[in-house]
Design a protein around this ligand. Structure first.
Ligand SMILES: Nc1nc2c(c(=O)[nH]1)N[C@@H](CN(C=O)c1ccc(C(=O)N[C@@H](CCC(=O)O)C(=O)O)cc1)CN2
Length: 298
């Protein structure tokens, strides 16, 4: 078999961000202001702080307005929900994102549920989830949306293809399965209790691994010629004092690569698409809130 294509999510995301930035001035001319994205971080998880910082920088680089809110790790549920309601009412804010995970004493679903669905650029409110399940146009979670874009770029029409999604999280697995179903794939949603997982994965033309276990999916689980989207971001324990922990996905890249038609690397695959799709959703939300047609090409 010929060498697998390495799907360059970083370059794809950069091109998408450029198209978004190019569309912002038209919105600004029509409304008199730039689209605004508010990101809320509760607590001091270092990885979350990095992601929130990257989102703020990317928002500004796209010509949008960035609003960042930080609440302490011991914030009460009422404090989080009060802030989200305040942002719902803020006319300058088109998109609201509550960075996850929240500290464990907080109820994530209840907090997310207070976000105005028209500003739900993470696509996680019950209304957004329902719209996706019903096939009604709405705002779709960023990582699955970015994964779908990469798949369609590789494969074109996905109709009739067998897709296996491993992992049933609200953030990735479930919406990914819905998106693939919407693209007319035959979808299996596998998870930690699935029996004979390697055999199920072996059927798939498309594999999306979002299980959160380092290098779990092995090369001999994959159908020759499959396209693999690796959503996992796992930092391996440092091998020595001076060695930084290596970042790996949920797929054992070394054993998978010789079997497949195309695969996303980690880092540089799906990860960068998450933030690019957040900007895309913010631009779309801003247009819809202003009663403008959806922006083209994003
Ligand atoms: N409310 C949300 N919370 C979280 C989401 C989300 O979509 N909405 N996703 C993740 C974290 N995340 C964004 O929030 C995110 C993860 C990874 C990347 C990324 O670009 N990763 C790089 C590698 C980065 C590194 O070196 O650590 C890559 O894969 O190339 C961007 C955003 C959980 N929380």
């Amino acid at each position: 078999m010929t060498a697998a294509a390495v799907i360059d999510g970083k370059a794809f995301a950069a091109a998408l961000r450029d198209r978004i930035a190019a569309a912002v001035p038209d919105y600004q001319a029509a409304t008199g202001r730039a689209p605004g994205l508010a990101v809320v971080l509760v607590g001091d998880d270092p990885a979350s702080a990095v992601y929130v910082g990257s989102k703020g920088k990317a928002t500004i680089a796209a010509g949008m307005e960035s609003f960042e809110y930080r609440l302490p790790a011991d914030a009460a549920q009422e404090d989080v929900e009060a802030l989200l309601k305040q942002l719902n009412a803020d006319e300058k804010v088109d998109g609201i994102l509550l960075q996850l995970p929240l500290p464990s004493h907080l109820d994530e679903q209840a907090a997310v549920g207070t976000i105005d669905p028209n500003k739900d650029v993470d696509g996680l409110t019950p209304v957004s989830t329902g719209r996706l399940a019903l096939g009604i146009d709405g705002l779709v979670p960023c990582t699955p949306l970015g994964s779908l874009m990469l798949l369609q770029d590789q494969l074109g029409d996905l109709s009739g293809l067998e897709a296996v999604v491993i992992g049933r999280s609200i953030l990735v697995g479930k919406p990914m399965a819905q998106l693939l179903l919407g693209a007319n794939c035959t979808v299996t949603l596998a998870h930690s209790r699935t029996r004979d997982l390697p055999d199920i994965v072996r059927r798939a033309d498309i594999v999306v691994a979002a299980v959160g276990r380092a290098e779990m999916v092995k090369g001999d689980w994959l159908k020759p010629g499959a396209v693999v989207i690796d959503v996992g971001i796992n930092r391996l324990a440092p091998a020595g004092e001076e060695t930084k922990g290596r970042l790996v996905g949920d797929v054992d890249y070394g054993s998978a690569e010789p079997h497949v038609r195309a695969i996303t690397p980690v880092p540089g695959g799906v990860g960068p698409m998450t933030i690019a799709c957040l900007l895309r959703n913010t631009l779309v939300a801003a247009h819809r809130r202003a009663g403008l047609p959806d922006p083209k090409g994003v």
